[in-house]
Design a protein around this ligand. Structure first.
Ligand SMILES: NC(=O)c1ccc[n+]([C@@H]2O[C@H](COP(=O)([O-])OP(=O)(O)OC[C@H]3O[C@@H](n4cnc5c(N)ncnc54)[C@H](O)[C@@H]3O)[C@@H](O)[C@H]2O)c1
Length: 256
């Protein structure tokens, strides 16, 4: 598809922990369609796992970014601006909840735990938009990753359900805020993927089995599938698509 060409378009990628990260899948597909990339790692401890991915992606900007640290996100975006001048899009693929809060009853979530989960997993998307939108002078695309647990009560997903519901709503409102600037905002909602973040969810194997059994084809989604969707949504081929949640789960979310 000609208009899926991302040749020389520039993207800011937040959320690669290793090669299995959903952000890595998105970045690979963007790169395969010609995009130039700015990639972040959370901290020095995480860096050695991200290094090979940044190299594989030919990342032209490679900087730390911990969204809980004052000014860290803005500094990372400034580094991208220094190299690229402008941006054509950003991918937000991060989430966190303190273990005790994630595994407890939702109504017993601590105030601090809830605030931290919301800050890292949801409000950081607004901050990413605030930092990158001024650089998207020719319009652009903002993507974030959500999950079906926002719409249905998924066993063991805990407070991440309400947090993802807030993220989806945030994306919808941001789509209207940023529409006049030609910036589109979309959520990708993948079926379960075996990533580092997922390993923190109790009973994740059972969640994978269920998703497979509920899917239309008896198949789990693959990282490349999510990447292809990310590339499509980031491209001009999707220029009329904004404010939506795009499920990519072989239909698991439509069956009972
Ligand atoms: N794995 C799944 O089954 C699944 C399904 C649907 C949606 N998602 C979502 O996809 C996104 C990416 O998760 P993943 O599964 O690829 O896991 P992952 O562990 O590979 O990525 C999570 C990323 O969040 C980053 N992060 C956490 N706290 C941060 C902070 N304070 N500052 C900066 N970065 C921080 C980590 O460094 C890591 O890179 C998350 O939003 C997750 O909820 C995952």
């Amino acid at each position: 598809m000609a208009c899926m060409n991302l040749e020389d378009k520039t993207f800011f990628i937040l959320g690669i922990a290793n090669g299995k990260s959903i952000a890595a899948g998105a970045a690979r597909a963007l790169r395969a369609h010609g995009a130039r990339l700015a990639v972040t790692y959370q901290n020095e401890k995480a860096k050695k796992y991200v290094d090979p991915v940044a190299e594989e992606l030919g990342a032209e900007v490679y900087v730390p970014c911990d969204v809980t640290e004052e000014g860290s996100l803005e500094a990372a975006v400034a580094a991208a601006q220094k190299t690229f001048g402008t941006l054509d899009g950003a991918v937000h693929s991060i989430a966190f909840a303190p273990r005790d809060d994630l595994h407890g009853k939702v109504y017993q979530t601590s105030k601090d735990g809830f605030a931290l989960a919301m800050d890292i997993s949801c409000h950081s998307f607004a901050r990413l938009a605030a930092a990158t939108a001024p650089l998207m002078t020719n319009g652009g695309s903002l993507l974030t990753m959500t999950y079906y647990g926002s719409q249905k009560v998924v066993d063991q997903y805990g407070i991440m359900g309400p947090v993802k519901a807030a993220l989806e709503s945030l994306a919808m409102y941001m789509a209207c805020d940023l529409g006049p600037a030609g910036i589109r905002v979309n959520c990708i909602s993948p079926g379960p993927m075996d990533t580092r973040a997922a390993s923190g969810i109790r009973g994740f194997d059972a969640l994978m089995d269920k998703a497979k059994n509920k899917s239309a084809s008896g198949t789990l989604v693959a990282l490349e599938d999510i990447g292809n969707l990310a590339a499509f949504l980031s491209s001009d081929a999707a220029k009329a698509i904004t404010g939506q949640v795009h499920y990519i789960d072989h239909g698991a979310s439509i069956t009972d």
